[in-house]
Structure formats: C-alpha cells, structure tokens
Design a protein around this ligand. Sequence first.
Ligand SMILES: Nc1nc2c(c(=O)[nH]1)N(C=O)[C@@H](CNc1ccc(C(=O)N[C@@H](CCC(=O)O)C(=O)O)cc1)CN2
Ligand SMILES: Nc1ncnc2c1ncn2[C@@H]1O[C@H](COP(=O)(O)OP(=O)(O)OP(=O)(O)O)[C@@H](O)[C@H]1O
Length: 200
Amino acid sequence: MNSALKSKLRLALRAKRQSLSGDQQKVAAQQLMRRLIRLPAFRNARHIAAYIASDGEISPAPLLRFANLNAKHCYLPKISPSATNKSMAFYPYHHRQQLTPNRYGIGEPCGLHRQAQAPHKLDLVLLPLTGFDKKGRRLGMGGGYYDRAFAFKRNSKNRKPLMIGLAHHCQEAHNLPNDNWDIPLDFIVTDRQVIKVKKR
Ligand SMILES: Nc1nc2c(c(=O)[nH]1)N(C=O)[C@@H](CNc1ccc(C(=O)N[C@@H](CCC(=O)O)C(=O)O)cc1)CN2
Ligand SMILES: Nc1ncnc2c1ncn2[C@@H]1O[C@H](COP(=O)(O)OP(=O)(O)OP(=O)(O)O)[C@@H](O)[C@H]1O
C-alpha cells in the first residue's frame, strides 16, 4: 500500500532535514532565495503563497522578505481549527507581521475570513516538501492539505497557480510512490538545484 510506504519514507526524510544545523539552515535558505528570484515564474508572479518553516523544512523567510520589499503580495496557509476538516486557506502576510501558532506549532496569520485569497487567484504557490524525486513526484506531511486545496488544478486547463515545491537537496528520494490525488509540481527548487518537471 502506498500509504504505509509513504509513512515510512516520511519518517526517514524528516529525520534528514531535522538533523541540519542552524548554520546549514541559514545558508540553505539564502541559496534557495538566490535560485528562486532568478526564475521568471517568480519574477512574473504578483500573488505568492509560501509557508513558515517548521520541522527542519527549508525556509522561504528570506524570499518572503525580498518579495514583500519588491511589492509582491504574499500569503501563508492557515488550517481549519478542526482536526477532522483538513482544509486550509491563504491569508495575506507581511514579513514583519505577528503570527499565532496553529495545532502543529506552525505560525499563521490571524486574518479575518474575508481577507482569505482564493487559491485559484494565486499566481505562484511555494509548497513545503518532505521528499521529492527527479520525476517531480512529491511527498508532503501526510495531511493532504495541499492536495485538497489545489485539487481543482487536476481538471483545469489553466496553469495557474504555478506550483513550486521547496526542499533541502538531502530530501531527494529515488522513486516516490504516486497517488492519483497528488497535485503535480511545475518546478522543484532546492538549495542546490532547480528541477523543471516534465509534463506527463
Ligand atoms: N510549514 C508548513 N506549514 C504548513 C504545512 C507544512 O507541511 N509545512 N502544511 C502542509 O500540509 C499544512 C499543515 N499540515 C501539517 C500536517 C501534519 C503535520 C505534523 O506535524 N504531523 C505530525 C503529528 C500530527 C499530530 O500529532 O496530530 C506527524 O505526522 O508526526 C504538520 C503540519 C499547512 N501549513
Ligand atoms: N482532493 C482530495 N480530497 C479528499 N481527500 C484527499 C484529497 N487529496 C488527498 N486526500 C487525502 O489526504 C490524505 C493524505 O494524502 P498524502 O499522503 O498524499 O498527503 P501529502 O501529499 O503528503 O500531504 P500534503 O498535500 O498536505 O502535502 C490521503 O488519505 C488522501 O486520501
């Protein structure tokens, strides 16, 4: 079963990113920013969703600061407080804004419901990866939050929003299992490389 295999891989890949030192994390976040800001996908985007790093994830914080200073509109995910309804919405974020920890201890904006941005109106989504492979398959934290929020992309001809998965280079796996609900990525960017995912 894919789910058992995914859980096993998740544990091993999370351990890898958790073992990085504070200095390694800082350097990786800077390298990530340098690679991302060169991409037309970033340059052309006005509305960008990212995340606050947790659990050793590569941090988009330097990039969010750069984006804000360059007049881009940034957003962070905010999950539904209910443990059963695994949905999330995207709220405006400015890099100096105060955040509140969610159920998993991840900082979230305390925005009002009417401020939420519809996922299809985002230009670019930078999503956290637990693992990835060369073919562009991804492994998340297992909640299915991103798969659900962007499920509309599977039946849409519109390329928007562009999906870029972010990870440390050490989170590469050989061959990840794929489920039909997994949202395909357009690019994967790590501290060491940019992978353009081939369309299937
Ligand atoms: N930085 C960041 N923000 C994010 C995500 C993410 O992966 N990274 N998400 C992407 O989906 C959403 C939150 N999803 C998450 C799903 C599971 C766990 C997690 O730590 N699960 C634990 C234990 C769960 C529990 O005890 O209830 C685990 O699996 O060990 C964290 C976030 C929205 N925000
Ligand atoms: N569009 C969807 N509608 C309902 N449930 C879904 C959808 N997509 C995924 N799921 C459910 O989410 C669960 C987690 O899926 P999976 O293990 O692929 O998560 P993930 O991709 O690691 O997480 P994330 O999307 O948060 O990064 C699965 O049980 C799956 O059935």
